[in-house]
Design a protein around this ligand. Structure first.
Ligand code: HEC
Length: 169
């Protein structure tokens, strides 16, 4: 046996080969890194919005910032959104994709989602009961979850008449 001499030497020190091997394993390779979380449980829109929702505003330049955007709305509110309705129904979810400037709307350039979800009456009356959220792509980590940060521009008169929707047709 190849290990006999080593085993004999170890035995003199009251050690076994198994103990040494276990020790080496624990200091050897670092543990595999924890993979990024696949989505935050509190994100207010589903991962499959692209197939489940209606594309209401196709790829275009943003007025708000240097970026390309695209807007999707779920079945609850899509028709009303497209009709510029004064009030969108409870349960409406609106997702704006934000891409790095310069390109088109390629997946590789997707940086953020800005989303709004219409909550039950009384959630935030001043905000027409919308809940605003900004989420970074692609891991779906929430970066803003607070109406006060988002509301101001959405109170623009042009948005107010469409229940705070701002993207021009
Ligand atoms: C500086 C002004 C401004 C701020 C602040 C702002 N928005 Fe907007 N938002 C706009 C404009 C303008 C549009 C129209 C689309 C565009 O040009 O990007 C828009 C569009 C949207 C849309 C697409 C629906 C629609 O038609 O309005 C969503 C969803 C949205 N914003 C969410 C958010 C969230 C969430 C925040 C806070 C993290 C936020 N917005 C903060 C100006 C703003």
């Amino acid at each position: 046996m190849k290990d006999t001499r080593l085993q004999a030497r170890l035995r003199r020190f009251g050690l076994s080969l198994a103990m040494v091997t276990a020790g080496l394993a624990s200091v050897g390779c670092p543990a595999a890194p924890t993979p990024p979380p696949d989505g935050d449980a509190d994100v207010i829109f589903p991962e499959n919005y692209r197939t489940a929702f209606t594309l209401v505003r196709d790829c275009r330049n943003s007025v708000e910032h240097e970026a390309q955007i695209r807007v999707y709305v779920n079945a609850v509110g899509a028709a009303d959104y497209l009709a510029d309705a004064a009030t969108l129904p409870e349960g409406t979810m609106v997702v704006k994709e934000e891409f790095a400037p310069g390109g088109g709307c390629d997946d590789a350039d997707l940086e953020f989602w800005s989303a709004m979800r219409k909550e039950a009456a009384g959630f935030d009356e001043a905000a027409s009961d919308w809940r605003f959220q900004e989420v970074s792509a692609p891991v779906r980590a929430i970066t803003t979850d607070d109406n006060a940060t988002c509301l101001e521009c959405h109170f623009d008169p042009a948005c107010l008449v469409r229940d705070l929707m701002c993207t021009a047709p």
